[in-house]
Design a protein around this ligand. Structure first.
Ligand code: UGA
Ligand code: MN
Length: 321
């Protein structure tokens, strides 16, 4: 064997070494990659399972605290709501109050073409029976940014949908209907005052209609008129938050609903006019303000554009407001 043959063998051995080394490095790399894959999958599974645990915990909590007492009427609270930055804050305030009320069933109706995760998740953590509905107010009936806030009725389609739902689903129940807008403030005592409503009860409302308190005028236990800052001539000069209706009484008046077109501020009056007469009204919470027509002040989000430019994402990215 000549020198050339030996050199050839050495070259081949080196080449083999290189190939083995290459194979070794690639298998190590593939191994690491597989390990990382498995780790990610593992993390995803743990994350998903934790979420399932949370949902189940919420469910258990709901079942344990349902406390349905058939000896007292259910209070069906109807809340129209729509997506905006203050929505979760408003609904959380309501949820905290409603959680303290026995036998309450919360019907939330979103003014939207589909149900949002925000409301869905909020109701998951609400420890009482609830119903989640949605209906979008037709574009021509919807307030535009430049419209005066009182120029178009709000919550009409949503409340009517909730009333139809009650007619279809709860017709055999003893219950009371109460319309609770998402921006008002409710005392827990309010619900005990309205629970005995036989037809329609009425009560004082704070911070509404340009005065501190609007209230029914009561004489000898009967409503004889209205003490309000404006619109005294309305047959029922009362805000949406100032009355409650017995469910069975309501079901006897099948065609009653909120009207799409009414004079400004006449929504409640036109609705009640279809249901009762003044002398049939039951005054409750006499001498007490248990609900306030609070309105959340116009938001200041004037640094949001700056935030977006500075950080490259909006301030609520990755965190629900
Ligand atoms: C007053 C009354 O308190 C309301 O009950 C009544 O619906 C309204 O006037 C009217 O005349 O239509 P106000 O405070 O001016 O209320 O109304 P909002 O609180 O802005 O709206 C009432 C409800 O409708 C709220 O629960 C709100 O979330 C909801 N809404 C409002 C919608 O579902 N979609 C909208 O586009 C606007
Ligand atoms: Mn309001």
């Amino acid at each position: 064997m000549g020198a050339f043959g030996i050199r050839g063998m050495c070259w081949r051995r080196n080449r083999m070494k290189q190939i083995y080394a290459g194979l070794l490095v690639s298998s190590i790399l593939i191994g690491i990659w597989l390990l990382l894959q498995a780790q990610t999958e593992h993390n995803d599974t743990v994350f998903k399972l934790n979420q399932e645990i949370q949902t189940l915990r919420a469910k258990i909590h709901r079942i344990q605290t349902h406390e349905v007492d058939t000896s007292i009427p259910i209070i069906y609270v109807i809340t129209p709501t729509y997506t905006r930055p203050v929505q979760k804050a408003e609904l959380t305030r309501l949820m905290n109050a409603f959680t303290l009320v026995p036998n309450l069933h919360w019907i939330i109706v979103e003014d939207s073409s589909s149900k949002t995760d925000l409301v869905k998740n909020l109701l998951t953590s609400f420890p009482k029976p609830s119903t989640h509905l949605n209906i979008q107010t037709p574009a021509k009936m919807k307030l535009k940014p430049k419209d005066k806030w009182w120029s178009k009725p709000r919550g009409v389609f949503q409340r009517n949908l909730a009333l139809s739902w009650l007619k279809e689903n709860e017709k055999n129940k003893e219950g009371i209907i109460y319309f609770a807008d998402d921006d008002n403030t409710y005392s827990v005592d309010l619900f005990e005052e309205i629970r005995g409503t036989k037809r329609v009860s009425v009560l004082p409302v704070g911070l509404v209609g340009g005065v501190k308190v609007e209230k029914p005028q009561v004489s000898g236990g009967k409503v004889v008129g209205w003490e309000v800052g404006w619109g005294n001539e309305r047959p029922f000069a009362v805000d949406m938050a100032g009355f409650a209706i017995n469910l069975q009484y309501f079901l006897k008046h099948t065609d009653v609903k909120f009207l799409e077109q009414v004079k400004v501020g006449h929504q409640e009056s036109e609705f009640l006019f279809q249901l009762v007469s003044l002398d049939q009204l039951e005054p409750v919470a006499v001498g007490r303000v248990l609900v306030w027509h609070t309105r959340t002040q116009a938001l200041n989000l004037n640094r949001e554009d700056w935030f977006l430019k500075h950080y490259g994402y909006s301030s609520d990215t990755g965190i629900e407001l």
